[in-house]
Ligand binder design. Structure first.
Ligand code: G3H
Ligand code: 13P
Ligand code: ZN
Length: 322
């Protein structure tokens, strides 16, 4: 199977009450870990590339790595998606370069400006068989390329979504319901502390999601910032020389619930980063004389695979849906 768009994946996910995982890729081990898990579990998958990933790895390398994955796993649908496209030009470069899906993220602009640029991308993309994700509402976050201060974030306004989708013609819509990018999604003062001393974040705004669903029946919704920041891996990072105090993510049960509703695409990057870093830190601490990168990248790749397999089965529910 060649690379596919997300159209069929999302229609099936919407009707089947599950979601497709969109995992960020930056290098070979990440591409391999994700697609090994998806291949073995017969799950559709979205491999997404951020602006930072394009700068880090060079767009050609990333595209060729994804092509290799498609060749290795011909039986599962794989989409190649631009994550947080910042301009028409970046989207155009990816569309021209073989991506099957792009995100244009003008959520930081006015409603009208967001519509204008999204519409421009949609026209260019649709003429070439590529689908477009847009965003309304602003997520807080501290990722390199996605810097939004917590106080600048705002939930999506359900009363705007129908007009936005109609006027832009976008194929899916990312909304802000309380998730955010990175490993520090909530300040400790926003959380309660459970009996094990673990920070419990405020719940996602399912009321906002449900209002959006009512206004956009059958339309695929996307959740960014959906890492759960697993505390066992955070502990491992800290145990082996790292420092990630008060790292906290979105509880997996809430994402599972969202995937049973209109959420068809769930973006996960930080959990993969944390798992790789934890395993590499542990490996190097326990094997101080080793210096062959393959020795620590092998368990890191396995950690990516295990993390993605866990998400597919326990959070997304997309196993067996290829
Ligand atoms: O949403 C942001 C993704 O986690 C990508 O992060 O811009 O550091 O590649 P990045
Ligand atoms: P996390 O930082 O929660 O993994 O979110 C990733 C994301 O939204 C990529 O677009
Ligand atoms: Zn994102």
């Amino acid at each position: 199977m060649a690379l596919v768009t997300t159209t069929e994946m999302f229609a099936k996910a919407y009707n089947g009450g599950y979601a497709i995982g969109a995992f960020n890729v930056n290098n070979m081990e990440i591409v391999q870990g994700i697609t090994e898990a998806a291949g073995e579990l017969k799950s559709p998958v979205i491999l997404q590339v951020s602006k930072g990933a394009r700068e880090y790895a060079n767009p050609v390398y990333l595209r060729k790595l994804v092509e290799a994955a498609v060749e290795n796993y011909p039986d599962i649908p794989i989409a190649l998606h631009l994550d947080h496209g910042d301009s028409f030009e970046t989207c155009k470069a990816c569309i021209d370069g073989g991506f099957t899906s792009v995100m244009i993220d003008k959520s930081g602009e006015s409603f009208e400006k967001n519509i204008e640029i999204t519409r421009q991308v949609v026209e260019y993309a649709h003429e070439r068989g590529v689908v477009v994700e847009a965003e309304l509402g602003t997520l807080a976050g501290i990722e390199d390329e996605v810097k939004v201060a917590a106080d600048a974030a705002s939930y999506t306004r359900p009363e705007e979504v129908q007009e936005f989708v109609e006027r832009t013609g976008c194929d899916s819509l990312a909304i802000a319901i309380g998730t955010s990018h990175g490993a520090y999604k909530f300040k400790p003062e926003q959380c309660t502390v459970n009996e094990k001393g673990i920070l419990v974040p405020p719940p996602l705004r399912f009321d906002v999601l449900e209002e959006c669903m009512k206004r956009l029946p059958g339309f695929p919704i996307v959740l960014h910032g959906s890492s759960s920041v697993p505390q066992d891996f955070v502990k491992m990072v800290n145990q082996y020389g790292g420092s990630m105090p008060n790292a906290v993510g979105v509880p997996e049960e809430q994402l599972r619930k969202a995937s049973q509703l209109a959420v068809c695409k769930i973006n996960i990057d930080s959990d993969i980063r944390i798992a790789m870093t934890a395993v590499i830190r542990q490996y190097l601490a326990e094997n101080p004389s080793h210096f062959d990168p393959r020795q620590y990248l092998k368990p890191a790749r396995k950690a990516v695979k295990d993390m993605v397999a866990h998400k597919i089965v326990n959070v997304l529910g997309s196993d067996g849906k290829a």
